[in-house]
Design a binder for this molecule. Structure first.
Ligand SMILES: O=C(O)CCC(=O)C(=O)O
Ligand SMILES: [Fe+2]
Length: 333
């Protein structure tokens, strides 16, 4: 098992200065060939400390319509809280392999430590290991998947989740207002206070051939929104106007991805963004996305206020778990 971890493969590969063939992407995916190197448009940056609520709402709504991704600055989460989240996550991944295996994901569970074992459609593997666990609501938390080491892991994650809850509410309110709807509409449409927050830590070890491999492959998140903290190593790319662009690293910013559920309930007005990650030759890249999602049984579809004779529904209305099942098994929605 140990040698299936990308972290273990990376240590071997470093000395060989090469990577196993199943990590070498075909030409249409290779980052060196497919990354656009012309002038790069910046993804929008939204300053949450702006006092003018109407302006803030418009900035978030416009970014969600045009890009489906933006960075937020002056978000009010203390720098120390984020730094501590990053420190304990990094220390967990630096533990001896055997200690991490104690948190290994089990059959039928999304939570836990692991590596995507199945290859993708082209028989390729992703240069990343991960840890998943719920951080909200309390009833969903299973401490079995929350590392006991380093010692501050659990307090740091609890603290971050508490702050993030406020940001999620702020995002969902702005998305509602941006559609011309009452503030709580979007949150209620995805289950209100039942909304779940699943934290993932991505650990992308240094890779001797970052020109050939990919971290996470192109996808759009199934969530309502995903809010992500990266470390200082760039690697996130977004697909826009038929091109892959690098996302600039902005210290202390959080990255907000619009997920499929918001695209669906807005009937396509807001875009769920296609993104992927590249890896780095010298440094480990890490990221902490939190996927905010409805419960399995929550039914999500285009908001009735937004559909009519002139605006027919572009998406089916279905349970979140059925949406995920179709997407994960590449079945028609
Ligand atoms: O590492 C990143 O910046 C993005 C990761 C991601 O897209 C994901 O885990 O869904
Ligand atoms: Fe993602």
């Amino acid at each position: 098992m140990e040698f299936e971890r990308v972290q273990a493969i990376a240590s071997l590969s470093a000395s060989l200065n090469t990577i196993p063939p199943e990590f070498i992407r075909s030409e249409h995916e290779r980052p060196d060939i497919t990354t656009y190197r012309g002038p790069v448009p910046e993804i929008p940056v939204v300053d949450l400390s702006v006092a003018d609520r109407t302006r803030l709402t418009r900035a978030i709504a416009d970014a969600s319509e045009e890009w489906g991704i933006f960075q937020i600055v002056n978000h009010g989460i203390p720098v120390e809280v984020v730094k501590e989240l990053q420190r304990v996550g990094k220390e967990f991944f630096e533990l001896p392999q055997g200690e991490k295996e104690a948190y290994v994901t089990g059959p039928g569970s999304i939570e836990g430590y692991g590596t995507k074992l199945q290859k993708d459609l082209e028989g390729k593997k992703a240069w990343v290991d991960y840890l998943f666990h719920f951080v909200w609501p309390e009833s969903r938390i299973n401490l079995k998947f929350w590392p006991e080491k380093p010692e501050a892991y659990r307090t740091a994650n609890k603290e971050y989740a508490k702050h993030l809850l406020r940001i999620v509410d702020e995002m969902l309110s702005s998305l509602s207002l941006g559609l011309g709807l009452e503030e709580h509409t979007v949150k209620e449409a995805v289950g209100g206070d039942e909304l779940e927050m699943l934290l993932k830590i991505n650990y992308y070890p240094p890779c001797p051939r970052p020109d050939l491999a990919l971290g996470v492959v192109a996808h759009a998140d199934m969530s309502v929104v995903t809010i992500l903290v990266p470390n200082e190593v760039p690697g996130l790319q977004v697909f826009k106007d038929d091109r892959w662009f690098d996302v600039k690293y902005i210290p202390n910013a959080l990255i907000v991805h619009i997920g499929d559920q918001v695209e669906i309930l807005s009937n396509g007005k807001y875009k769920s963004v296609l993104h992927r990650t590249t890896v780095n030759k010298e440094k480990a890249r890490m990221s902490w996305p939190v996927f905010c999602s409805p419960t399995d049984e929550t039914v999500v579809g285009p908001l009735p206020q937004l559909v009519g004779d002139e605006n027919p529904a572009k998406f089916k209305t279905k349970k979140y778990k059925d949406y995920c099942y179709c997407k994960l098994n590449k079945l028609p929605q």
